[in-house]
Design a protein around this ligand. Structure first.
Ligand code: C2E
Ligand code: CA
Ligand code: CA
Length: 802
């Protein structure tokens, strides 16, 4: 809008002023031109008037001269003159004079003597004999011919006079002068040219007395004005305006245009002057000419008015048109600007919307509209900062919908979304405004609760339990939602996001495991498990990346003192934690089911090694340890068969060791598994005998090839008599059933000798050899006192036994 105003101000205003100025100029120009024309016309008229006046005077003069001829040619008059008979002359001339006066407005008729004295005045017979020195007469006398000229008479009138010498044939007998007032001629100017005229003479050329007399004689009303240097002798107007008098006085026109108020209103006049000179070229007065230009002026004014109005109207039209153009331009500019602005706004809105959408998508869960994991993590980060600053605790809770999978199956995705929205709603209702509730994973919600102590956390957890205890209704379907919460508190359970969340999740898992609805993280429970979890992840990687190894634990036949076979023992050297003992690794693998893969790996690797040795001419029987999970795995036997086929293994060269603990924990199932292995053709050994519950009762009914007496028993030999008795009776019992006896943990000669004396069949232990790699085993065997067929064995390294 301001831009539009700016445009109008900057463009329209100057142009409008310009147009108005131009219109004004046109009007003023027209006015001046019209005035000039008017003035010029008048000047021409004055000039014409002057010419006309002179022409009239000339023509009148000639007429007067002709009239004079009537006197000069009259014999009677000449006779009277020659006779100097004044009386007779007057009588005879009187009718002629009267005639001329009536017909030609002759006012004077003089008869002069040769000496310029008046012989007779026909118009004033009583006055004669006075000397006349007028220029006209003098000129006629001198030139001896007719002289014509204007004369100022002594009575104050301007007259045109002709003086003609009167000849009697050859001699001049006198002079005849005929005169006429020129005032009527001046009146002619009005008639012919429409000009008012004023004739004035210089006062100093006459006397007042003569003037007044003259006025009386002529029957004029002009008054001798007391001041001023001129007196008006003739006028066509009733009175002489002062400006006219002034012009006549000074002989100059100062204001050519004058305004006069007459009875019929105001009139405008042009004023001009014609100087009047007498026959001797003396300036005797002036004739002032006035032209009534009221009409012209009015015309001009009217015209100017019309022109002005037209120009004004045109200007106005132009301004209006221009204003319209400008307004339209403004409008289109404004519109363009508006459109541009609207377009910009639209773009901005779209961009904002996009940003919002992106933000919402990036930070909020589409279904529940709760903050998503990303935003939740951010909120925790903020909370950590705030809590650190204000030295406060806060809580993090992870709520898992434990029956989520079942809910998907029963509700379908659409209804599940509705349910999730309701759950989100309940959670938000249950928590404070300052808490952040989020959708954490597909089946988990989470919340961060500022300024919450352990006691409050527990009470909130209980509140949430209550919330979930009420069923939900989704489109008339009643739905039970089971939820498990895991809680962790800052700073006790973690001081960074990852730790806090991991521990909340640990608590949640623990709760689920123990069928609790919630648990707060317990560091005592956790530390071992957490380590285990990490290990487990590592183990999976180790299997995948072949980081595992087998060590081989030789067993010696105590009778022949020959190597009878090797037990495959798992080794895992963790990249960070170093070697991890199988005692720790195996239970973990068992708990997670990873043991299947692990055993498969061990079996494959060991059978491969056995095949290699066999190919090298070393027939070594192989022992592989199994856990209960393997034995209960229905596929295990089939897997073994495949492996045997793969490596060309004779089943009777592979014995499987099953811990006594495993057997006694589930004798029936494990017994069946033992029978299966037996059916495969594989010997089965009961491991760790003596370490726990006795497996002896089962030995009678199960196809067991041998028992392995546990290290913990053997270690105590030969001093612990109880254990000596145990070993003795175990050997007797086994032998009685046709079962071989292996002693583990034969760590010294004394133990060996004791076992030897008790009739033990086989020995394993550090006294003989530690569990070692296949390569090391080969080397050891080459140099070992415990022999076997050494064909094809090559060893680059010599290893000292014991
Ligand atoms: P185990 O089957 O009873 O194996 C014997 C354990 O006793 C081995 O420990 C062995 O090194 C140790 N041992 C035997 N004689 C002596 C000795 O004279 N001195 C000393 N210091 N130790 C002796 P290792 O290798 O640590 O294995 C521990 C247990 O881990 C094994 O007990 C077995 O139950 C289990 N295990 C090892 N490898 C596997 C496997 O591949 N699968 C399964 N399921 N369990 C395995
Ligand atoms: Ca074993
Ligand atoms: Ca053992």
């Amino acid at each position: 809008m301001s831009q539009a105003l700016e445009l109008r101000k900057r463009l329209l205003l100057p142009i409008a002023l310009g147009i108005l100025a131009a219109a004004g100029a046109v009007v003023a120009g027209y006015y001046l031109l019209a005035q000039h024309d008017l003035d010029e016309a008048f000047e021409r008229k004055v000039e014409q008037g002057q010419v006309a006046l002179h022409a009239m005077l000339d023509e009148r003069g000639k007429r007067l001269a002709l009239s004079a001829d009537a006197v000069l040619n009259d014999r009677q008059l000449m006779a009277d003159m020659l006779a100097r008979d004044r009386h007779a002359l007057l009588q005879h001339i009187k009718p002629l004079f009267d005639h001329l006066r009536a017909a030609q407005q002759i006012t004077h008729l003089y008869i002069y003597n040769n000496d310029q004295t008046v012989f007779l005045r026909a118009h004033q017979p009583e006055a004669y004999d006075d000397l006349i020195t007028r220029a006209t007469l003098s000129s006629a006398v001198n030139m001896r011919q007719t002289a014509i000229g204007v004369e100022l008479g002594t009575l104050g009138d301007l007259t045109l006079r002709t003086v003609t010498p009167w000849f009697d044939g050859k001699n001049v007998i006198g002079y005849v002068e005929i005169g006429q007032e020129i005032s009527p001629l001046i009146g002619e100017l009005k008639r012919v040219f429409g000009l008012d005229a004023f004739a004035a003479i210089n006062k100093n050329l006459i006397t007042r007395a003569n003037f007044d007399t003259g006025r009386q004689i002529l029957g004029r009303e002009n008054r001798w004005n007391s001041d001023g240097s001129v007196v008006v002798i003739h006028q066509t107007m009733p009175s002489t305006p002062s400006v006219v008098t002034q012009a006549l006085e000074t002989g100059k026109v100062t204001t050519p245009r004058i305004s006069l108020t007459a009875a019929n209103g105001k009139h405008h006049f042009h004023l001009g002057l014609i100087p009047i000179e007498d026959a001797s070229a003396e300036l005797v007065g002036h004739v002032a000419l006035l032209e009534d230009v009221t009409r012209g002026v009015t015309d001009i004014v009217n015209h100017v008015r019309v022109v002005g109005m037209t120009a004004g109207a045109l200007a106005l039209l132009l301004i209006v048109a221009l204003s319209n153009v400008v307004r339209r331009a403004e409008r289109s500019i404004a519109q363009a600007l508006d459109e541009q602005q609207a377009e910009q706004n639209k773009k901005d809105r779209a961009r904002l919307k996009t940003i919002e959408d992106l933000e919402a998508n990036a930070l909020y869960d589409r279904v529940s509209t709760l903050p998503n994991r990303v935003l939740f993590l951010d909120r925790i980060a903020h909370q950590i900062n705030a809590a650190q600053r204000e030295k406060q605790t806060f809580a993090v809770v992870i709520v898992e919908i434990t029956n989520h999978k079942a809910l998907i199956d029963t509700l379908g995705e659409r209804l599940l979304d509705q349910l999730l929205q309701q759950i989100a709603f309940r959670l938000k209702e249950g928590l404070r405004k300052s808490d952040t509730t989020a959708r954490y994973t597909e089946d988990q919600f989470a919340a961060v609760l500022p300024a919450v102590s352990l006691e409050i956390a527990v009470s909130v957890a209980q509140k949430l339990v209550n919330l979930f205890s009420n069923s939900f209704a989704v489109e008339n379907v009643t739905v039970e939602v089971r939820a498990t919460q895991g809680w962790a508190l800052f700073p006790y359970h973690g001081q960074d996001i990852d730790t806090l969340l991991r521990r909340a999740d640990t608590a949640r898992r623990s709760a689920a495991q123990h069928h609790n609805e919630f648990e707060v993280y317990d560091s005592r429970k956790e530390s071992a498990r957490e380590q285990q979890l990490q290990l487990l992840a590592g183990l999976q990687r180790a299997i995948a990346h072949d980081e595992l190894q087998l060590h081989y634990f030789p067993r010696v036949d105590m009778r022949s003192r020959k190597i009878n076979g090797v037990e495959a023992l798992l080794r895992w050297r963790h990249s960070e934690q170093g070697s991890i003992p199988p005692d720790e690794l195996i239970p973990m693998a068992e708990n997670t089911g990873l043991i299947r893969q692990l055993t498969a790996w061990v079996a494959n690797r060991a059978l491969r090694q056995q095949a290699q040795w066999r190919n090298a001419g070393m027939d070594l029987s192989l022992s592989i340890n199994l856990s209960s999970v393997n034995l209960l795995d229905g596929n295990f036997a089939a897997q073994l068969r495949q492996l045997f086929a793969k490596w060309g293994t004779q089943p009777n060269t592979v014995s499987f060791e099953i811990s006594e603990r495993t057997l006694t924990s589930s004798p029936k199932k494990i017994g069946d598994a033992i029978k299966q292995l037996h059916a495969l053709g594989c010997p089965v050994a009961i491991d760790d005998v003596g370490a726990g519950n006795s497996s002896m009762p089962y030995l009678k009914t199960l196809p067991v090839a041998e028992i392995k007496l546990d290290t913990s028993i053997i270690y105590t030999l030969p001093d612990n008599q109880n254990n000596v008795s145990f070993v003795r009776s175990a050997i007797q019992l086994a032998h009685g059933l046709g079962i071989g006896v292996v002693a583990e943990g034969v760590k010294n000669k004394a133990i060996w000798e004791m076992l030897d004396s008790l009739g033990c069949d086989m020995a394993q232990g550090y006294h003989i050899c530690q569990p070692i790699t296949s390569g090391a085993f080969e080397c050891w065997l080459v140099n070992s006192k415990y022999g076997m067929d050494k064909r094809g064995l090559v060893c680059a390294v010599r290893i000292e036994s014991e």
